[in-house]
Design a protein around this ligand. Structure first.
Ligand SMILES: [Zn+2]
Length: 504
């Protein structure tokens, strides 16, 4: 459970990572009822009877926060390669099909287990159910996070238009027979889906466990404007996060201009969606005006460098976003596109990806900025109080790294090594709310051997039960693979592909 461990606990002898310091300093930490009560010099006096956790030889850093992922995708691990985002969306009835409620919980458990073993203690999760969210399905996902012991925002992901309705040139490229088959994928009217969403948000029962509900209209052009406005009002009424995929692919950016006559961000801002509660996933194809709007409205971008590269969506301009004053978090996306859920890798990729965009180091993001995005930046995306930092009053979500691991030989510049060297293999303990969810590298809340058996049973069953959806995808794939890039060949306001520079 993402609840708190009662009583006093003192963490003695560790080195505390600090963005502002080159090298971590020795600090003791007093945790009371799961919250950091005091940080002091080694050997500081603590209340009598406090339990002691020896952290000598260990580096302590704030639990990493995954700013964007999808629990339904964790069971789809290993599924595709050389897929664009549009191919992934075309594959979704296959790769996410035939799921029972138990499968939804199983999928969430696999990803939550991976995340916490790799030093991540909270996640923003947009969950899809077809054709619309159900209370049982979303509850199963929330329960899975709770059982593993992570904090989360769970946002049911909704739409009322299929890929083929949102991107007419793809539908037009299909032969008539296939066009009829994709027409059968049509989604329910948005009012029905919204009513289901409204019930889920109103009936939410996990907030006390730090598992909040959010709202996830998936992609602007996949949702009617009236649907988006209703989602905006629902988020406002309940004070919850609203997240969307915004200009993730160039196809989406171009289709935004064609559909709205302005950028996706300009359109969403016109509808009043963009504000402090708004989290844009990806945002690769935002221009300077869009970034400025995001900053002015106090919205957050969740940057997903691994997924962006795997799906060939282009280079996110991290330096420009930070310089524009946008709050930037980091995420892994899900296992059908980002593949692993390793926030250390997300930090490393975010840093490196900013450094391949030009020769001037002043235009690069620093290790401190990448670490800040994976902690405070993503914490802002989730909107949960007291996460993403180690400070008095914050929740005791702390990762303990073994400094005797080769990653830390020698230990010279803490945050530089956290971002560019650490890969999760030095994780020794992970604490959430004062409770050890990972202890000596072992997950305390889940039996991984039993989970593996269930994962393989589900994989075999899904492969059998989604054979028709797979066959449909295999007929669609060659056409979608050409139609997407044809749309992306159109010039756009900004360039985010190396191939657009003319020299590649
Ligand atoms: Zn996503």
């Amino acid at each position: 459970m993402a609840a708190t461990e009662k009583g006093d606990l003192v963490i003695r002898g560790g080195l505390l990572a600090d963005r502002a310091a080159t090298i971590a300093e020795p600090r003791d930490i007093l945790v009371r009822d799961g919250v950091i009560a005091e940080i002091g010099p080694p050997g500081m006096a603590v209340p009598e009877g406090a339990r002691i956790l020896d952290a000598s030889g260990m580096l302590l850093h704030a639990g990493l926060v995954n700013g964007h992922t999808h629990a339904h995708g964790f069971l789809s691990r290993g599924v595709g390669d050389r897929w664009t985002l549009e191919l992934l969306l075309a594959a979704s009835p296959w790769v996410g099909g035939a799921r029972t409620v138990a499968d939804k919980a199983l999928s969430a458990t696999i990803g939550a287990a991976e995340m916490v073993l790799k030093g991540c203690t909270a996640a923003f999760d947009m969950v899809t159910e077809t054709p619309m969210p159900t209370a049982e399905g979303i509850d199963a996902v929330a329960g899975a996070y709770d059982a593993v012991g992570l904090r989360a925002v769970i946002a049911p992901m909704v739409a009322d238009r299929t890929l083929y309705e949102a991107i007419p040139p793809i539908a037009e490229a299909l032969p008539e027979a296939l066009r009829a088959e994709v027409a059968a994928l049509r989604l329910p009217p948005w009012r029905d889906t919204f009513a289901a969403l409204d019930r889920i948000v109103a009936g939410w029962r996990w907030s006390g466990r730090d598992i909040a509900v959010g709202i996830g209209p998936t992609i602007p052009t996949h949702c009617d404007d009236a649907f988006l406005a209703a989602c905006r009002d629902l988020a406002e009424r309940h004070g919850v996060r609203l997240s969307m995929h915004v200009a993730e692919s160039k196809v989406q950016a171009v289709m935004g201009l064609r559909t709205y006559g302005r950028t996706v961000v300009e359109h969403l801002d016109g509808l009043g969606l963009i504000g402090p509660r708004f989290v844009a996933a990806h945002g690769i194809w935002l221009d300077d005006g869009d970034l400025e709007t995001m900053a002015r409205r106090g919205a957050t971008i969740s940057h997903n460098p691994g997924s962006n590269m795997k799906l060939g969506n282009g280079l996110f301009p991290l330096r420009r976003a930070l310089d524009a004053g946008v709050a930037v978090g980091l995420g892994t996306d899900t296992c059908s596109c980002g593949d692993n859920l390793n926030m250390y890798e997300a930090m490393r990729l975010a840093s490196l990806l900013s450094k391949v965009q030009g020769p001037d180091p002043a235009s690069w993001a620093s290790a401190e900025e990448a670490y800040g995005a994976a902690t405070g930046g993503s914490a802002r995306a989730l909107g949960l109080e007291g996460i993403g930092r180690i400070a008095v009053g914050a929740k005791a979500d702390i990762v303990f790294l073994d400094l005797r691991h080769p990653n830390w030989m020698p230990h010279r510049w803490t945050v530089n090594q956290l971002v560019h060297v650490e890969d999760g293999t030095a994780v020794r303990h992970v604490m959430v709310g004062g409770r050890l969810i990972v202890e000596d590298g072992r997950l305390t809340t889940v039996d991984l051997a039993a989970l593996k058996d269930r994962a393989e049973e589900a994989r075999a069953r899904h492969e059998r039960d989604t054979a028709p959806q797979r066959a449909l995808f295999e007929r669609l794939a060659p056409i979608v693979a050409k139609a997407g890039p044809a749309i992306a060949a159109e010039p756009y306001r900004v360039r985010r592909y190396l191939a657009e520079s003319g020299s590649f």
